[in-house]
Each structure stands twice: as structure tokens, then as C-alpha cells.
Design a protein around this ligand. Structure first.
Ligand code: ADP
Length: 449
């Protein structure tokens, strides 16, 4: 086992990893920008080291400085959290060259899944059902028309390098295609330095269902059921739950096995998420994330496992702690993402926290790096807290969420908290009857009212 791990991240996810390390008796090193000197992850780690100015590009994405921080502190492994360098194959390669272990899959697996066209092709060959679409990249507008006319509209043009909902454009009809094609390309070029796009059938009423997988890197893998993350705004998740309200045990076992077998087939190591759109009882693969997800706590809650500890164990060469038959779902869990944003337009709202009070009690987990008097810097993502509740049933979890939201106090900045109180009043949320467009439609209706 490692004796010291460096966490190449900030905020709640850095704390999450520090907590796992502490329980395993592993020393921790926090890295931080000059804007994060007073951040909670810096206070909580055993050691900390400044790696650059506020801009993420110059600090949390600064590979040479992170390598130097490992060398200065003697850290033997790096946990990347999510975002920043977590899906950067080149970073993994550089770590390997310096004999530092990356807590995650191999550079090759990150590269394969990071390119969505290659990912789809790989998964298709491994027996995973995919969204119908172009066979690989679509280099010209003539080709785009050929593929889309044959498939029928609506279609969605997607960047192979895409992520975070960027580089994705909908063409409802043939008339929209040219604009969608060129704007997806230019957005992708600007954001990712790559303008390759592909085309998929646009599914009109799907749910976003993702399967948590875990591999030992030696050909063995399990699944830990699914999460329903259909409640999204601008393709960004805001409310996630497990198990999925629309998925029964038989369906779960079937798609779970397909995913576990697929990742076992490539000797995948550590945690991964296979994302699908689910419509009319059918699953369609869209992408795989080769890292821990923001919403991993709902899976931890219903399976009673610590995914971060398992990631660390597997990276250290130990055996995976569970077999498929050990993984049994107990209860229902929901996570809501609290952002420092002003409603109704979700405008980022950094600033000083006057009061922070976390809810507690049975079945409540709060993953947050806030504290009284903390100033949220303007340079990073606006996620400030994740509230996760567990109940014996979905109804119990919903009631607990309402109770916990009533206890949670964040004063000093605007947050997205009022959104969740309002959502809990909606019959569709209470019954679990929603798809990926539900939230956008609801928000539009609210702003018109
Ligand atoms: P990103 O990597 O940018 O998050 P994804 O491929 O995971 O992109 O897609 C994000 C979201 O975009 C999905 O959860 C879904 O809401 C929507 N989406 C993606 N592909 C399709 C499709 N073929 N049809 C309908 N919606 C889609």
C-alpha cells in the first residue's frame, strides 16, 4: 500500500479523497493555487504545496508543477479526482515516466474513451448497444447530409473530443443541419483544439442512465448498478438518484453484465462509468468516463462501499474487495448539486460565506468544502456542496431530502438550493417520471409564469 498520496484537485472532491486516505492510514498532500491558500482541502491534508496562480490552467492543470510537488513531498501516487487532469492521458504518461502511480485506469484506456468515436467503436465491438449514427467521423457537410438523410431527423452533431456538454448541436430538421454541423465543429475546435465531429440519431424522450463499473486491471470487473441522471440543465446534471426509478432488477442485471464484461474484456482498472440514453426499454451507449463521477456517492450509499478506497487499493496492486454476488442494493439514494449561482439564470455567484450549517441525522451525507467565513474564489467550477440522502425506499429518500434541505444553511452567496425545494413539490419528481428534457422544460415554464 502507498504511504503518501498527492491529490491533484480542490474543493469537495479533494476532501473526499483525503477522507479515504486517512481511514487507510495514508499520508496526504494537497496542492493549491494562490487563490486557494485558505481552502478546506489545504487545511485538512497532512501537507500542502502551492502549484501556481489562480488560473486553473496555471495551477491545477500545471503538470510540471504537480510532478515537482510529488518529488518534493515524496508522494508515491496521485489521485486526480474528477475534472482537471482526471482524464488526461498525457498526464498519466508523464506520471508513469516519473515512477509515480496514477490512481485510475491506464493512459491507453483514457485515450480510447476520451475520443468518443473510438470509444463508441470499441464498445460496439465489446457488445455494448450504441446510439445509431455515423460510422466514425463526418468530415464534410455533404457526408453529414448523406448520413442524416438516411437516418432521418432530428440528429445531433457531436464533437469526438467533447465533454461537459460542449461541441454538441441539435438539428431538428434538414434545414438546421448545416448550421449545427459548422457550429459544433468550431465550438469543438475552440474548446478542445479538435474539430472532428460525428452524427447520432437524436433521441427525443430518453433518460440518462449510467452504469458504475469497477475493474481489477487483470480481466475481472463488476458493476454497481445504475444511476439516473436525467435531470439536467444544459447537459449538466443537477439531481441524481440510484437505483433508477425506471429500471427493474432484471434490466439492471442485464445491462450491468454487458458493461462489466465489456470493461473486463479490455482489462480495465479502477472505477468507470458507462453512460447510456435509455428509451422505450432500450439502452444506447453515449460515452464512458474513466474516472470517479461527481455523483458516485449515491452508488456508495446503496451498496455500502467506499469507491475511493477501492480505487486506491486496486492502484496499489491489491485485489478488488468485492465479487458481483457480494454487491446487493439496500435502499435508495439521491444527490443534489448545490452551486453558488443566482437563480433564475444560474449566474455564478462567488463570494464570502457568512454562515454555513450542514444538515445531519440518519441517512444524510454532506460533501462540501465550505466553512464559515470562507470566500469562494471566482476562478473555478461553481459546485460548492453535494447533499446526499439515503432512505429505505425512494419515498423515504425524498422525504429525507426535504427534511435535510430545511436544515441546510448557506448564507452570504446565492445558491441553487431553492430549486430543489421547488422540484420536490412536483408530482413528476415525486413519481420519478422524468426524462432528459424535463428540467429544461420546467425551467422555461417557471420563467414564463
Ligand atoms: P458530454 O461528454 O459533453 O457530457 P454526452 O455524450 O455524455 O456529452 O451527452 C451529454 C448529454 O447530452 C446526455 O446526457 C443527453 O442529455 C444529451 N445527448 C447526448 N447525445 C444525445 C442523443 N443522441 N440524443 C439525445 N440527447 C443526447
Amino acid at each position: 500500500m502507498f504511504s503518501k498520496i498527492l491529490i491533484a484537485n480542490r474543493g469537495e472532491i479533494a476532501l473526499r479523497v483525503i477522507r479515504a486516505c486517512r481511514e487507510l492510514g495514508i499520508q496526504t498532500v494537497a496542492v493549491h493555487s494562490t487563490a486557494d491558500t485558505d481552502a478546506m482541502h489545504v487545511r485538512m491534508a497532512d501537507e500542502s504545496i502551492c502549484i501556481g496562480p489562480p488560473s486553473g490552467t496555471l495551477s491545477y492543470l500545471n503538470v510540471p508543477n504537480i510532478i515537482s510537488a510529488c518529488e518534493i513531498t515524496g508522494a508515491e501516487a496521485v489521485h486526480p479526482g474528477y475534472g482537471f487532469l482526471s482524464e488526461n492521458a498525457q498526464f498519466v504518461q508523464v506520471l508513469e515516466d516519473h515512477d509515480i502511480k496514477f490512481i485510475g485506469p491506464t493512459a491507453e484506456h483514457i485515450r480510447i474513451m476520451g475520443d468518443k468515436i473510438t470509444a463508441k467503436d470499441t464498445m460496439k465491438k465489446l457488445g455494448v448497444p450504441c446510439v445509431p449514427g455515423s460510422d466514425g467521423g463526418v468530415p464534410t457537410i455533404e457526408e453529414a447530409f448523406k448520413v442524416s438523410d438516411a437516418m432521418g431527423y432530428p440528429v445531433i452533431v457531436k464533437a469526438t473530443a467533447g465533454g461537459g456538454g460542449r461541441g454538441m448541436k441539435l438539428a431538428k430538421t434538414r434545414e438546421d443541419l448545416e448550421e449545427a454541423f459548422f457550429s459544433a465543429r468550431s465550438e469543438s475546435k475552440a474548446a478542445f483544439g479538435n474539430d472532428e465531429v460525428y452524427i447520432e440519431k437524436y433521441l427525443t424522450l430518453p433518460r440518462h442512465i449510467e452504469v458504475q463499473v469497477f475493474g481489477d486491471g487483470k480481466g475481472r470487473a463488476v458493476h454497481l448498478g445504475e444511476r439516473d441522471c436525467s435531470l439536467q440543465r444544459r447537459h449538466q446534471k443537477v439531481f441524481e438518484e440510484a437505483p433508477g426509478p425506471a429500471i427493474d432488477a432484471g434490466t439492471r442485471a442485464r445491462i450491468g453484465k454487458i458493461c462489466a464484461d465489456a470493461v473486463a474484456g479490455i482489462n480495465y482498472a479502477g472505477a468507470g462509468t458507462v453512460e447510456f440514453l435509455y428509451e422505450n426499454g432500450e439502452f444506447f451507449f453515449i460515452e464512458m468516463n474513466t474516472r470517479l463521477q461527481v455523483e458516485h456517492p449515491v452508488t456508495e450509499a446503496i451498496f455500502g462501499v467506499d469507491l475511493v478506497k477501492q480505487q486506491i487499493r486496486v492502484a496499489a496492486g491489491e485485489e478488488m474487495a468485492f465479487r458481483q454476488e457480494d454487491l446487493i442494493i439496500k435502499g435508495h439514494a439521491i444527490e443534489v448539486r448545490v452551486n453558488a449561482e443566482k437563480l433564475p439564470n444560474f449566474t455564478p455567484c462567488p463570494g464570502k460565506i457568512k454562515t454555513f450549517h450542514a444538515p445531519g441525522g440518519l441517512g444524510v451525507r454532506m460533501d462540501s468544502a465550505l466553512y464559515d467565513g470562507y470566500t469562494i474564489p471566482p476562478h473555478y467550477d461553481s459546485l460548492i456542496a453535494k447533499l446526499i440522502v439515503t432512505g429505505t425506499t425512494r419515498q423515504a429518500a425524498l422525504a429525507r431530502l426535504r427534511r435535510a434541505l430545511g436544515e441546510l444553511i448557506v448564507e452570504g452567496v446565492d445558491t441553487t438550493l431553492p430549486l430543489f425545494d421547488a422540484l420536490l413539490d412536483e408530482p413528476d419528481i415525486q413519481s420519478g417520471d422524468y426524462d432528459i428534457h424535463w428540467l429544461e422544460k420546467w425551467l422555461d415554464a417557471q420563467s414564463e409564469a
